[in-house]
Design a protein around this ligand. Structure first.
Ligand code: ARG
Length: 470
């Protein structure tokens, strides 16, 4: 049991208490951040003359050694330490003796863990953003090739109006674009450094917090030390944004599952992304899409858990906050894994364009356009709606589509019908006449795709733009 705080105690901690309290099993995940933070702190202590420059240099060199040894596996982070902070500091002292004992000057584990978690999360925000960008690129590539692939658009999961595959996927493009914007927002708000907040009330040592913040790539230091050690808003925001990402992935997965079914056959998921059944030889199951949909729950769970943990905590640090890690790590790994797999599944998926087009032309998706046609011939819309309703009923009984009716038959419902009705209700016309911004018509869609390309080319990676100082 390696603890940093034995001085005041007369008894060993009970074994179960020790295990219950320890966080090494999960905070070892940010050993790199703990070491980077420690290096910045040591450098600042030397620069400020709080320790000598030589001592700082020795510490930094040894910390680098610890980092590369853990990276290479030469040194393992074992559970004999209470937490990652104890591991790093104890190992440093083992390696350079008394000089190592000066590292913790003007620092508390409270601001240290606040820093580590923030550094770790900041990287996760960037990684998630990069995965979202890749997914957007794949979606846009598919859109580009499918501005003329007609398919039914649905409301209430009932065929409504014809759209194109490009248009359908374009909706997801917008969703994941907003997800990226949320990542950038979170980054901008969270990128301030809590190190130097001490246990809660800062420190009497003349720390240069601006300098450590700069060394660690932050915009500046946090401005209240109590808040610095106890703020987990950024993590709640990130978990919330990840929940939204998962909600989007889950909706998309649900559609793919439906489209991949025998009844629809709009798409075929690649063999590499499907699984078989142990009993039914004919099966090819969309397990990846189902798992993405299923895993959404645990990401939501992490958000609910942290919101609940934080709601009753008085200022400043309390041990409850240690609970910010395990589920958050799980949510981060889950969301990243789902984004990567989903992108792979989408980019290898086959779209059965013929099936989609046939489905659009059966199911009266052109009924609105037929009514609009009559309106163009001077029939009031409400009457036109009623006439087409009767025609649809007639067609259902006969098992035919509106376009299958001869003109003479159509005229029995309204004299306003002429030969040009067939062109007016063809799938191509129905789609390509819709040219308002955001609509599926070819020209409108091409504008949207160009805007999407521009966005992907122009949007700076997260962290590229520096926000004003805190
Ligand atoms: N393992 C702790 C956490 O994750 C580190 C901070 C410990 N601070 C303390 N005062 N016990 O929150």
């Amino acid at each position: 049991m390696a603890q940093l705080w034995g001085g005041r105690f007369t008894k060993e901690t009970d074994r179960l208490v020790y295990q219950f309290n320890a966080s090494i099993a999960f905070d070892r995940k940010f050993y790199r951040q703990d070491i980077e933070g420690s290096k910045a702190h040591a450098k600042m202590l030397g620069r400020q003359g709080i320790i000598s420059e030589e001592e700082a240099a020795r510490m930094i060199e040894a910390l680098d050694g610890i980092l590369s040894d853990v990276d290479s596996g030469a040194l393992s982070v074992t559970e004999e330490y209470e937490d990652i902070h104890s591991f790093v500091e104890t190992t440093l002292i083992k390696r350079i003796g008394d000089t190592g004992k000066k590292l913790h000057t003007g620092r508390s584990r409270n601001d240290q863990v606040a820093l580590d978690m923030r550094l770790y999360t900041r990287q996760q925000v960037q990684d998630t953003d990069a995965l979202l960008k890749k997914l957007l690129e794949t979606i846009l590539d598919i859109m580009e090739g499918n501005t003329q692939t007609v398919m039914p658009g649905f409301t209430h999961l009932q065929k409504a109006q014809p759209i194109t595959l490009a248009h359908h996927l374009g909706a997801y493009f917008e969703m994941f674009k907003r997800d990226r914007q949320r990542m950038a927002d979170i980054y901008g708000r969270m990128n301030y450094c809590p190190l130097g907040s001490g246990a809660l009330a800062g420190t009497t040592f003349p720390l240069d917090r601006e300098y450590t913040a700069e060394l660690l790539g932050f915009y500046g230091p946090t401005l209240n030390s109590m808040d610095g050690v106890s703020d987990r808003d950024y993590l709640i925001e990130f978990l919330s944004a990840l929940s939204t990402v998962m909600m989007h992935l889950s909706r998309f997965s649900e559609e793919i599952i439906i489209w991949n079914s025998n009844e629809y056959q709009f798409v075929e998921i690649d063999d590499a992304y499907s699984t078989g059944s142990s009993i039914m030889p004919q099966k090819k199951n969309p397990d990846i899409a189902e798992l993405v949909r299923g895993k959404t729950g645990r990401v939501y769970g992490a958000l609910m858990s942290l919101l609940t943990t934080m709601k009753g905590i008085p200022l400043a640090y309390n041990k409850d906050m240690q609970e910010d890690k395990e589920l958050a790590f799980d949510a981060m790994d889950t969301a990243k894994g789902c984004l990567a797999l989903f992108e792979g599944m989408l980019s290898t998926m086959k779209f059965n364009k013929g099936v989609m087009e046939r489905s659009a032309s059966h199911g009266f998706t052109n009924a609105t356009d037929a009514a609009d046609y009559l309106v163009g011939r001077g029939v009031p819309f409400r009457d036109a709606h009623g006439i087409i309703g009767q025609i649809v009923l007639f067609c259902i009984e006969k098992g035919i589509a509106i376009d299958d009716m001869p003109l003479s038959e159509l005229k029995r419902f309204s004299e306003a019908f002429e030969e040009d009705i067939y062109k007016a209700v063809s799938m191509e016309t129905c789609v390509n006449k819709r040219l308002t911004t955001g609509a599926p018509g070819k020209a409108a869609m091409e504008r949207a795709i160009a805007a999407g390309r521009n966005y992907l080319k122009g949007a700076p990676g997260i962290g590229a733009v520096h926000a004003p100082r805190n």
